[in-house]
Design a protein around this ligand. Structure first.
Ligand code: HEM
Length: 443
């Protein structure tokens, strides 16, 4: 008996496998004619067919996976059968850990993992706190002057500063920040680039050249021994690795640097932006978090972390995780042929009413109350699960919590306008600016 059947799915009896049930072609045709976003098609397919469902955009079916047991099967139990194929991302991140595969990926992951957990991670605490303080000081000046600023841009700037400090040991200066906008520009362009690699490269050549120039400058500065006031950054660890391991060429060091910049700031920035927008609509959630304990207490920290988790439940920045079936498989009792494209979708799993009662409602207490959330690892996975799960999970939670500990007690943004919709690209982000002002501090 297959114990991987999803919650509520019938148990799988070997020998009874059948093809994945498929959405009627009319559904896809109507969606195509309407010009909607991919999430709209996926949610209709999920609603009509269930937690493992097929649909066709071309001649071959794509399989959508939202059932927790099937999610765990694909991402955690059989990652060798469902592999990542990062053709497009490779254009930006090259052979970095996000797109690497096989033994090269294992080696690269091992080196970085030690930096992003336990004592390795603690080394970046001071840099994260410095980045949070810098943002808090900027917000104090916005409050004093009453100037309008964009909350999304602020969160972006904070997340980039936190990762840049951790990588290089230096704070982010305005010039580097402007140049690194190219990382977001290429990231945003990836889904729409031509399939042909040469054409795709040509379309973003100027931005790639800008990114390479910043990366090479940072590598040279780190190699020259400029460690920065907080000691060596992660970049120094990569350069040191190069002295013993020939595979760490300047190219691979550039690729890891750009990978960590790309994977490590857009995701956190959009999460923090959503969080501010959600708190605007749910002010009591903010009050409850601040009432949970004194500043610096474990209770306050846990309550703030619950705000982050509930935001990630509704808006998991990496809202869809693509995989490719490398071999034939049986998934929750269905046959999946080698070569099938598979989309695992945390966004839809996190909004499944059978797992999350009243799923559209923002309620951080789900993450603090006993029994407030389903415990199946495939029911909540904003950072992925299994061997390819997010390398920066602890970093992301730490930087988000530290920033909010600085900002929430002091400031409540008054939004002049808020984006009406979400945009579902590589990440799910607010579709438009989020201008706001802050009240002056009480005299
Ligand atoms: C709220 C913030 C974040 C979210 C929601 C997030 C989410 C994810 C997810 C879902 C994956 C797995 C993708 C898949 O299975 O296809 C992933 C992978 C990854 N993340 Fe994050 N991430 C966040 C922040 C960060 C940060 C801060 C860093 C770096 C400091 C980072 C570095 C990475 C890397 C390197 C990978 C690839 C790991 C591998 O393939 O071995 N992420 N992230």
């Amino acid at each position: 008996m297959d114990t991987e059947a999803g919650l509520g799915s019938p148990p799988h009896v070997p020998g009874t496998e059948r093809p994945v049930p498929e959405a009627e072609p009319g559904l896809v045709a109507r969606w195509q004619a309407g010009g909607g976003q991919l999430v709209e098609l996926l949610s209709q397919v999920r609603e009509r067919i269930g937690g493992v469902a097929a649909f066709r955009l071309g001649p071959n079916p794509t399989v959508l996976v939202t059932d927790p047991g099937a999610v765990q099967h694909v991402l955690a139990r059989h990652p060798d059968r469902y592999v990542k194929r990062s053709h497009r991302a490779r254009l930006l991140v090259g052979d970095g850990v996000l797109s690497a595969t096989g033994e090269a990926w294992q080696r690269q992951r091992r080196l970085l993992q030690s930096q992003f957990t336990g004592t390795g991670m603690r080394r970046y605490d001071r840099r994260i706190t410095e980045a949070a303080r810098t943002t808090a000081e900027r917000w104090e000046s916005y409050a004093r002057t009453g100037q309008t600023f964009d909350v999304g841009q602020e969160m972006h700037r904070f997340a980039l500063d936190a990762i840049w400090r951790s990588l290089t040991g230096h704070s982010l200066d305005d010039g580097t920040e402007r140049e690194l906008a190219a990382v977001s520009a290429v990231g945003a362009a990836l889904p729409t680039l031509p399939a042909d690699v040469t054409d795709a490269e040509a379309a973003v050549a100027a931005d790639l050249a800008r990114i390479d120039a910043v990366a090479l400058r940072a590598i040279e500065a780190a190699r020259g021994g400029e460690a920065g006031p907080d000691g060596p950054g992660l970049l120094h660890i990569l350069i040191d690795a190069g002295t013993e391991r020939p595979e760490y060429t300047d190219r691979l060091i550039r690729d890891e640097l750009v990978t960590l910049l790309a994977a490590g700031h857009e995701t956190t920035a959009t999460t923090l932006t959503w969080l501010h927008l959600l708190l605007d609509r749910h002010p009591t959630a903010r009050e409850q978090a601040l009432a949970a304990g004194e500043a610096g207490s474990a209770q306050r920290r846990e309550a703030i972390r619950a705000l982050v988790h509930e935001t990630l439940r509704l808006y998991p920045s990496a809202w869809v995780l693509p995989r490719h079936a490398a071999e034939d498989d049986t998934l929750a009792g269905y046959t999946v042929k080698a070569g099938t494209d598979v989309l695992v979708c945390p966004y839809l799993t996190h909004r499944d009413p059978e797992l999350w009662p009243d799923p559209e409602h923002f309620d951080p207490r789900r993450f603090t109350a006993p029994g407030g959330r389903p415990t199946h690892p495939g029911a909540y996975f904003p950072f992925g699960i299994g061997p390819r799960a997010c390398l920066g999970l602890q970093f992301a939670l730490r930087e988000s919590t530290v920033l909010l500990e600085h900002l929430l007690p002091a400031h409540t943004p008054a939004f002049a306008a808020t984006p009406a919709r979400a945009r579902y690209g590589i990440t799910v982000r607010p579709d438009g600016p989020s201008p706001a002002t802050l009240k002056p501090p009480l005299a």
